[in-house]
Design a protein around this ligand. Structure first.
Ligand SMILES: Nc1ncnc2c1ncn2[C@@H]1O[C@H](COP(=O)(O)OP(=O)(O)O[C@H]2O[C@H](CO)[C@@H](O)[C@H](O)[C@H]2O)[C@@H](O)[C@H]1O
Length: 508
């Protein structure tokens, strides 16, 4: 197997990386971070990577985009065609091809307005899949690997094995799908799949949720050559009913091709020594860290209107959804605020969660700030300015903020799920090498106990708290290492550790 890898990697691979969002151009969450960093890491290894995404109305860098292709997607045997342009965006090293099809993407938001998903999301992202393959032929880019991400791109593996099954152009192309979040399955009525008539003809495709609905994610998992989750622990959770949100049979069927590859942290963006967003840059050494944290804490307190006090500050930056565990925090937040602490939460999303947080902040404006906004600069200031970062997630495929926290000497307090379990070392279990706090039970009480525990450490054993900060800042999750594992998977290389876990779980 090793020999195979060496000989194949002598030749750079051509990789088409398809994602509905990419950091720097359009982002709602962690998928965008990965879609920027992983292609860049693969490119650094010498591979020829091209990214494909939609040309959203709100995309950054729109004015510098250059049309490199004006064409039509013909959908035989349907009698119609969809006109589109491929716009090349001004990027770093990796070319980004944005699909300009105004009827699908010229809208104020990416997926939803006023918490209402666009009614034609099925058709919009069917187009993303179909046009990604169409443009390859027209631009003469013959990919060795087509790397799909989440449900938005799930029909690509299906198309490769149906529409393009006899195509010489794609004869050597393999597809992989990365699962960033299996709760979103991309389930739509057959009416939305008119761009993929193959789906309608072949009702046996393993992607049906019920007789009238198809899941794009199921299609991706069934037809991709390889499937991976964004952490080894999440890969093993996908084999269970709870962890896969009801798709365990689909993942169990692919267990032999299922990998778990942890995301990296982009230290070009998230590094307290170079971060242009924070008040005072700092290093890991104790003096620099103490001074930097203090200056950043003061700055954060100023920005969010909290008193500028020397008290421990707890933070959170996230989409406001049940996934992020706010329903565990909200019931105990006021109890926790009885302590001499401050809490800062930055996020947008579910109006009910937002209203509960707003209510608490109005009652406790001297201790709790809820900032209902999406702001990357503020996210950096939170990571730098707080002492603890809370992630009481219901589930968390990988999680990126705990890695950002570690880099800034901010101790994560996380629930033992998905990638959080793979990346944080618990103080109570292994105090010498610990980097944060982990707890199991999905309850507000268990979270409160861990919050109190972290506060005790901070107040009563400051030297030990500082040692944990040093441990945290020494952790590295380099994209170069994750990209090596992706390469192994592309090449059908060594089975990753997760396959052993999978085999245990399903008794294979
Ligand atoms: N209000 C706000 N202001 C500024 N920035 C904000 C913000 N809300 C969120 N962000 C940013 O968005 C990103 C969120 O990343 P996560 O990995 O935590 O979550 P997400 O659930 O979106 O991603 C899914 O995909 C990723 C990538 O694989 C997995 O890590 C994760 O577990 C999975 O759920 C971070 O960069 C965060 O700072």
């Amino acid at each position: 197997m090793a020999t195979k890898k060496t000989s194949l990697t002598k030749h750079p691979l051509k990789i088409l990386f398809v994602s509905s969002e990419v950091e720097g151009f359009a982002k709602t969450g962690g998928l965008a971070d990965v879609a920027k960093s992983l292609p860049a890491a693969l490119k650094k290894m010498g591979h020829d990577v091209r990214i494909v995404m939609p040309f959203y109305q709100t995309i950054n860098g729109k004015d510098n985009a250059v049309a490199i292709l004006s064409t039509e997607l013909f959908v035989e045997p349907q009698p119609f065609a969809v006109s589109y342009q491929v716009m090349q965006l001004d990027e770093g090293n990796v070319p980004v091809y944005a699909l300009d099809a105004p009827q699908y993407y010229d809208r104020p938001e990416l997926y939803a307005e006023n918490n209402q998903a666009y009614a034609d999301n099925g058709e919009r992202f069917t187009f993303l899949s179909a046009a990604s393959l169409d443009l390859c032929e027209k631009l003469g880019f013959q990919p060795d690997v087509i790397h799909c991400n989440d449900w938005h791109t799930g029909l690509i593996p299906f198309l490769l094995k149906t529409r393009y099954a006899e195509s010489d152009f794609f004869a050597k192309s393999k597809s992989v799908i990365t699962i960033h979040n299996a709760v979103f399955k991309g389930v739509f009525n057959y009416d939305q799949y008119s761009l993929i008539p193959e789906l309608i003809q072949r009702r046996y495709i393993n992607a049906e949720m019920d007789p009238s609905h198809i899941s794009m994610l199921k299609a991706g998992v069934a037809y991709a050559d390889k499937v991976n989750a964004v952490s080894p622990n999440y890969a093993s959770e996908l084999l269970t009913h709870l962890g896969s949100h009801g798709m365990e049979a689909d993942f169990q069927n692919r267990a032999k091709d299922l990998y778990g590859i942890i995301n990296g942290c982009d230290y070009d963006d998230w590094n307290p020594e170079t971060d242009a967003h924070i008040k005072q840059k700092f290093k890991a050494n104790k003096v620099s860290l103490a001074r930097g944290k203090k200056a950043c804490r003061r700055d954060l307190q100023k920005q969010v209107n909290l008193p500028e006090l020397d008290v421990p500050v707890y933070g959170m930056v996230c989409r406001l959804t049940e996934q992020k565990g706010l329903h565990y925090l909200i019931p105990v937040l006021e109890d926790f605020l009885l302590n001499d602490v401050q809490v800062v939460i930055v996020g947008t999303g579910d109006p009910t969660l937002a209203s509960a947080l707003r209510g608490i902040s109005e009652q406790h404006s001297d201790k709790f700030a809820f900032v209902e906004t999406y702001s990357n600069p503020l996210a950096h200031c939170v990571e730098a300015g707080v002492d603890f970062f809370m992630m009481p997630s219901e589930f968390e495929p990988c999680g990126l903020n705990q890695m950002y926290s570690l880099a800034y000497g901010t101790l994560p307090i996380v629930r033992s799920v998905g990638g959080l379990k793979d990346t944080v070392i618990d103080f109570d279990q292994t105090p010498l090498v610990a980097t944060g706090f982990i707890y199991d039970a999905p309850t507000p009480e268990a979270l409160l106990i861990k919050l109190q525990r972290s506060l005790l450490l901070y107040c009563q054993r400051p030297q030990e708290f500082k040692r944990l900060q040093q441990n945290a800042m020494a952790c590295k999750f380099n994209w170069a290492e994750s990209a090596e594992q992706y390469l192994d998977m592309y090449l059908g290389g060594e089975q990753s550790l997760v396959n052993e876990i999978c085999n245990d779980k399903i008794g294979a």
